[in-house]
Design a protein around this ligand. Structure first.
Ligand SMILES: NC(=O)c1ccc[n+]([C@@H]2O[C@H](COP(=O)([O-])OP(=O)(O)OC[C@H]3O[C@@H](n4cnc5c(N)ncnc54)[C@H](OP(=O)(O)O)[C@@H]3O)[C@@H](O)[C@H]2O)c1
Length: 312
């Protein structure tokens, strides 16, 4: 059976940072020299925004199944509607389910109170508005900072506008996340992903989300301020479709622009359906992306799911 795929193989990155520089100094965050990486005083509260969604949900599963983190963290999952089935499922798995809305700043302090780590993700597509996404990112960072949170993880994307030196400005859902990143006071961890036939792009199995964060959770001081590219590998679209075809037994091929249905004039189509050659030239993570990814992989200690394994 023939199939076709669009190359909306984005990628994301997580930016982690210590939310308050003064707090960091006061607490004397253990360094590698002073304390073993796994040193922890208590079972800590770990607040996960988007816990009912893909990224947050994958992180919840990773932490609950992890032999060490499952004992070190109490998980608090944030949702706008604690009565929804996804939230109730979390509660059944011993996650404390709390209600808050990133668009209602007053709801945030109670859910981050007493937290040690906060994972935050925004859903650009709910409003398709860069302004809303930036506002949400800033208020959650403010709330975490005010609560004295020690480690703050921001699910981000690179600024395509910056990477292409202003030539491409239509990737608002990338640029708006990167702008929030500029607002964050300090520190970093990046997680990414993937997109044309010969252009290789970073690609991730979303279920691996937690594996990229494990090293930073064990040794926050070492990872503070770092961006961590999160991708299994750089794949070309040809590799993706060839593997997909082989594993599923179905013929998967990429549609050409000529084969796409007539445009409906939506924002998404206008801005994202045509691959921008400038983005291809610069590379999704910039020219140093592949080398940075190799460096990151050397520091991970869990096997990542390949595209082939994902399809099995
Ligand atoms: N798909 C890709 O290739 C790709 C690549 C890179 C980055 N991204 C980015 O990933 C983000 C989406 O992440 P995802 O796929 O994990 O999301 P998702 O599965 O669609 O879930 C969205 C989550 O965000 C929560 N949420 C949404 N609005 C909220 C609000 N106002 N207050 C509190 N929580 C809110 C939802 O919780 P409740 O509904 O329970 O309240 C839900 O848990 C987007 O911003 C997108 O740009 C996607």
């Amino acid at each position: 059976m023939d199939g076709s795929i669009e190359s909306d193989l984005g990628f994301h990155r997580l930016v982690g940072h210590l939310a308050n520089n003064d707090l960091v100094r006061n607490l004397e965050i253990p360094t590698k020299k002073s304390l073993p990486p796994r040193y922890k005083l208590n079972v800590e509260a770990f607040v996960i925004f988007g816990a009912t969604g893909q990224q947050g949900g994958a992180l919840v599963t990773y932490l609950l199944n992890h032999p060490v983190f499952s004992k070190e963290y109490r998980l608090r999952g944030v949702t706008r509607d604690s009565s929804k089935p996804g939230a109730q499922e979390l509660a059944k798995r011993s996650v404390e389910v709390v209600s808050a809305d990133l668009s209602k700043p007053e709801t945030l302090p109670p859910v981050v109170e007493g937290a040690h780590v906060v994972f935050s993700v925004t859903n650009f597509w709910d409003n398709a508005s860069a302004e809303v996404e930036q506002a949400q990112g800033k208020v959650v960072a403010d709330a975490a900072r005010a609560a004295g949170v020690t480690q703050f993880i921001w699910s981000s994307l690179p600024s395509i506008e910056k990477e292409t030196e202003g030539q491409v400005t239509s990737y608002e859902h990338f640029d708006s996340k990167a702008k929030v990143e500029e607002y964050l006071p300090d520190g970093t961890i990046r997680l990414p992903y993937a997109w044309t036939d010969d252009l290789t792009l970073p690609y991730i199995d979303i279920n691996d989300t937690g594996k990229y964060l494990g090293p930073a959770l064990r040794d926050p001081a070492k990872w503070n301020g770092r961006h961590v590219l999160a991708a299994t590998a750089f794949y070309s679209l040809k590799e993706i479709t060839d593997t997909w075809s082989r594993v599923t037994g179905k013929t998967v091929r990429c549609s050409t622009l000529d084969e796409l249905p007539p445009s409906t004039g939506s924002w998404f189509e206008e801005n994202l359906s045509h691959r921008n050659p400038v983005v291809g030239e610069v590379g999704y993570f910039g020219p140093s992306g592949p080398a940075e990814l190799r460096e990151l992989h050397a520091e991970l200690d869990e096997e990542l799911n390949t595209w082939e394994e994902y399809n099995l």
